[in-house]
Ligand binder design. Structure first.
Ligand SMILES: Cc1cc2nc3c(=O)[nH]c(=O)nc-3n(C[C@H](O)[C@H](O)[C@H](O)COP(=O)(O)OP(=O)(O)OC[C@H]3O[C@@H](n4cnc5c(N)ncnc54)[C@H](O)[C@@H]3O)c2cc1C
Length: 638
């Protein structure tokens, strides 16, 4: 396994799907190298109803790829042609999962009914329940095994190898996480499916085991789109899980305590005129779950009040499902809240009883992870959840500037400012299908000479030798904590130019220190974590530079708000600094592109969004292009 046609790095829902699809297209010279089949976000995460977004397929409601693409790009900063691909392939990718046994529900006629998710005007969302992405992974792993696809676990990718000119990838270097030995693999193509940048944040709902690997590709020179666009929301932190939907709609008590769990108080009360107003806001938070600058003032104030309590006042915040306060009056709630609870048949005497009626598995989930909601409170914070941006791909998910590299899944940045809930899982499957099809059609031949690969490897080997000769001085845990806390403070959902500038100052220094340190004398575990720190830190430079650019050029939008002296006050009871900088809306027509400049530092530019193509093709012409292979073109976006 030192040479393959296509190397798949990462085994989340996206990487696994790519391997299966390649194999189905008769590309058998492939291998998956991964930290582990049980690592990553897909197999370790979920939500109260984890959503998969696809074309509408139910009843009489009309839908089409073009309509769906328009909705995928409605939030702005999206390339319309990529959105059209995501929409067009969504039925194929979805039915592929169904055919592998993923239990998406259908009715007696075989119709896959859907529901409306956020930013979705139709009912395109579907779900297998709380563990949709885990169900997808399990079915895909079974298929990988049935097909006998080679998988190597405990492999940490540390470096993507590029040709001398830096225009294409030719392989990758891995650390065996158990033995501390190195292994290089030559590959004609690399499908890069390492997920979102979970390890970069202290407050995070990405699974603890998931760190992501985007820094490796950025270091190799791959360009990225929209890195500043991320999603944040309220989540439990002992066991990491979004507290969206019914967790809020049953109206838990929001409580804060000091660090030792004493001095309990219902901190939200200070911001609302009446208890009913407070509870209506909590209810709304349930289905306006991620923080949104557009909901300030509005339901996202709940995220801000929680942030102030945890980050500024240094207290801990909890949800208490065990009892209602005496002044919660059902009849005082607004009509929307009352109707919902009435229709759900869920007006009961405690939040827990209401949750039991509305979504009993939601209680069971926490019990399984050692948090009985009938006995204890649930600690929460506003956490990083998803990166809408990521590496930049073309119409076939090939990197726009580093050929033969295919970033797919969350590490690919095809989403813009907002995205319909569930479109991340769809985009991952679609990217896998596109990359596999293109590789099968165009990239099966060997085009890199053994000599060229050997020369690149020799250089790499020499560098590693120097690093290993030098004894490591830095403590990886302290370095990780510093970089995570910095990002949660400056690069999460509350941003300001001064905080980001200060963070940038620190991260450049940290990266220099990490790069200058040796790798000698480390255990395999320490080596693994030190290498992760290096690429997380490198990625953080890019993210923070993009965030600073976003503050300068755009202001508040999507999943983040910018504080500015000349901004608009957001709440009369908040301190002077809580003024929101308004958005420059015209920038929604642009995608932010970031890549490595000549001096190794990020260079940022803007690209006009391409519209969703209006297609009225002629069957015979399309058929001919398909037969002759012209459909693959040069792989460039049109
Ligand atoms: C709490 C939560 C709820 C969510 N809910 C939804 C939802 O309802 N709908 C939706 O569409 N999306 C949702 N998402 C987002 C979605 O789950 C992820 O975007 C998606 O699962 C990512 O899949 P992936 O295959 O790209 O990456 P992952 O599943 O994260 O897999 C990455 C793989 O790469 C490996 N890897 C990483 N770095 C390296 C390296 N250096 N070397 C080797 N291997 C490496 C990992 O071990 C793993 O195998 C949610 C996310 C969270 C955190």
């Amino acid at each position: 396994m030192n040479k393959v046609n296509t190397l798949i790095i990462g085994s989340g829902a996206a990487g696994l799907a790519a391997a299966v699809r390649l194999h189905a297209q008769n590309v058998h010279d492939i291998a998956i190298f991964t930290e582990g089949l049980k690592m990553g976000t897909s197999i370790n995460t979920g939500s109260d109803k984890q959503t998969y977004y696809k074309l509408g397929m139910y009843g009489t409601e009309g839908d089409s790829p073009c309509m769906m693409a328009k909705d995928l790009s409605a939030g702005g900063a999206v390339l319309g042609d990529l959105a059209l691909v995501e929409a067009s392939l969504s039925p194929l990718a979805f039915h592929h999962l169904v055919s592998l046994g993923v239990p998406f529900p259908h009715d007696v006629y075989g119709q896959y009914a859907g529901y409306k998710t956020d930013h979705d005007p139709k009912r395109r969302a579907t779900s297998c329940g709380p563990y949709t992405s885990r169900d997808m992974c399990r079915a895909l792993i079974d298929e990988v095994q049935r097909r006998g696809i080679h998988v190597e676990e405990h492999r940490l990718c540390h470096k993507l190898l590029t040709d001398k000119a830096g225009t294409r990838v030719i392989g990758a270097v891995f650390l065996d996480m158990e033995t501390g030995k190195w292994k290089a693999v030559q590959a004609e193509n690399v499908i890069f499916a390492t997920g979102g940048p979970g390890g970069m944040y202290a407050a995070s709902v990405y699974p603890k085991v998931h760190n992501g690997g985007i820094g490796i590709a950025l270091e190799a020179g791959a360009k990225a789109y929209n890195l500043a666009e991320s999603q944040f929301g309220l989540a439990s932190i002992k066991f990491r899980w979004n507290v969206s939907g019914s967790y809020m709609q049953v109206l838990p008590r929001f409580v804060s305590t000091d660090q030792d769990g004493n001095d309990e108080r219902e901190f939200l009360r200070e911001y609302f005129a009446t208890p009913a107003e407070m509870y209506d806001a909590i209810f709304l938070k349930g289905y306006q779950w991620p923080f949104s600058a557009g909901h300030v003032p509005g339901s996202s104030l709940i995220d801000i009040f929680t942030y102030i309590e945890t980050v500024e006042r240094g207290r801990r915040v909890w949800l208490d499902y065990r009892s209602d306060p005496a002044d919660l009056e059902f009849n005082a709630l607004n009509e929307e809240t009352r109707t919902y609870l009435e229709r759900s048949g869920a007006w009961e005497s405690t939040p827990l009883k209401r949750l039991e009626l509305m979504n009993a598995p939601a209680i069971e989930l926490y019990r399984r992870y050692g948090i009985p909601l009938d006995k204890e409170m649930l600690e929460i914070a506003v956490c990083a959840q998803h990166n809408n941006g990521g590496l930049a791909g073309n119409l076939w998910w090939e990197s726009i500037n580093l050929k033969h590299l295919f970033p797919i899944g969350e590490v690919n940045g095809s989403h813009g400012v907002t995205r319909p809930g569930g479109s991340a899982l769809n985009a991952g499957q679609v990217g896998a299908f596109r990359a596999a099809e293109f590789i099968a059609a165009k990239y099966q031949d060997d085009t890199v000479s053994v000599e060229e690969y050997a020369a690149v490897m020799a250089e790499e080997h020499a560098k590693r030798f120097v690093q290993l000769e030098k004894t490591a001085q830095l403590n990886w845990k302290e370095e990780r904590l510093a970089l995570q806390q910095r990002m949660s403070k400056a690069g999460a959902f509350v941003r300001s130019a001064s905080e980001v500038e200060a963070a940038l100052n620190e991260v450049y220094k940290q990266y220099d220190a990490l790069s200058a340190d040796g790798l000698g004398g480390l255990t395999p575990k320490e080596l693994t974590e030190t290498l992760r720190n290096l690429h997380l830190c490198y990625a953080q430079i890019y993210y923070l530079e993009c965030i600073l650019m976003q503050i300068d050029y755009i202001g508040s939008r999507g999943g983040s708000m910018v504080l500015a002296d000349d901004g608009k006050p957001i709440h009369p009871l908040l301190a002077e600094k809580w003024k929101i900088q308004e958005e420059k809306k015209e920038m929604r027509d642009c995608v932010m592109v970031c890549g490595r400049g000549e001096n190794g530092l990020p260079v940022i530019a803007w690209e006009k969004c391409r519209p969703v193509p209006e297609c009225d093709g002629w069957f015979e012409t399309i058929w001919k292009e398909f037969r002759t292979g012209d459909v693959y073109g040069t792989g460039e976006a049109k």
